[in-house]
Design a protein around this ligand. Sequence first.
Ligand code: TYD
Ligand code: MG
Length: 455
Amino acid sequence: MAKPKKRYVCQACGSVSHRWQGQCADCAEWNTLVEDVPATVFSMKHDLSSGGRAVEFVDLDKPGALPTRQPTGLAEFDRALGGGLVPGSAILLGGDPGIGKSTLLLQAAAKIAREGRGVVYVSGEEATAQVRMRAARLGLSDAPVKLAAATGVRDILTTIGSMDTPALLVIDSIQTMHSDTIEGAPGTVSQVRGCAFELIRYAKENGVALVLVGHVTKDGSIAGPRVLEHMVDVVMSFEGERSHQYRILRALKNRFGAVDEIGVFAMAGEGLEEVDNPSMLFLSGRDEPMAGSAVFPAIEGTRPVLVEIQALIVRLQSGATPRRAVVGWDSGRLAMLLAVLESRCGLNFSSAEVYLNVAGGYRLSDPAADLAVAAALVSAMADRPLPPRSVWLGEVSLAGEIRPVAHGGLRLREAAKLGFDRGFGPADVKAGSAAMTYDGLSQLANLVDRIIGSS
Ligand code: TYD
Ligand code: MG
């Protein structure tokens, strides 16, 4: 038999390389490649066309027995899930440490348990006393959640197998789990994958909704378990700035629903509170217009969210390299916008420090925010406030054109409902609201003329 080829697996992202390297070629983490011997080496000579069991086929419209969604009782969680937990499905919940994953799941677990459905919450990170302390603080101590501190997957599955099948099983976190059939320490790719596989199989066979908590690495992907993303049915991320109150629950993948709805929560003294109308949360709330501030009308699923973008430009006297710092937006996209403003509009940022912040800890990824960012930058540069109660939308191309965006008319109508009466964006959008004066701009240079040239 041929000698098995050596392979090395990155412990951060799971990518495989046939040569050891100090840095992973995929995720650029250092010292994460570890040798991995495949458990079985298949010979190509196996004949798989006989000796198997017959597979049963069913019609798509076969009546009856479709799993029904079970609401968690937290409306914002259900909204992000697309209507509730699907029995027999696996959900991966990722997020930075301390963002509130355990709090969210404990609250959901308590709600479900109070309705008389079985809930098992296994913590591999905290002792039961710690989880009970949190429950007491959240006023959930009376909920009949079955709580355990354990890390052995065999122990967990044996125990659950001998009791009434729960409706929900929470594993906090998958990186702390350990399977005795697999070599390696908890948190390695093979352990994480193996433990998740066993737990997911249990969930599918028994119609249990399974939630796995996954840690996130520096680059924002769920650590190690990037391999888990295709094993599970739903991938959710819990986002926000720890120093801010607001948290956003977003589905990145959902086999049973749309991925554009978000759940919005506020972290308070008594846990996470649901925010059912987030449209004005990410505005600073001041009345006086200020230079460097622009409002972008975002759409999250079916809900409008107005987001304030703040820019600050500091002129440097010396020849030091100017800093560019961004919170809540992509720094590559900022570099691109600055380059377009320089080359197409004649502005000069080369001796200026540029700071960009999205208010309230919100993260913007919509390309339609380009124009609002550009407006904030130009307004900061010129030290002139933008028109009061104005919103800005549009994607900016490298040629400096302002390009159409999805749901332009809807964004403007929603902004008008919230009291905004000026809109700026691509030429072909119909404001569709008598309360809104809309200016179509075709080039970024038009925007610069508006802000600097007018008056
Ligand atoms: P936690 O759920 O432990 O985060 P994760 O599981 O994602 O690591 O939440 C930890 C943070 O939440 C902690 O810094 C304190 C804060 N918090 C509150 O502000 N209020 C509360 O009622 C609770 C339980 C936590
Ligand atoms: Mg936790």
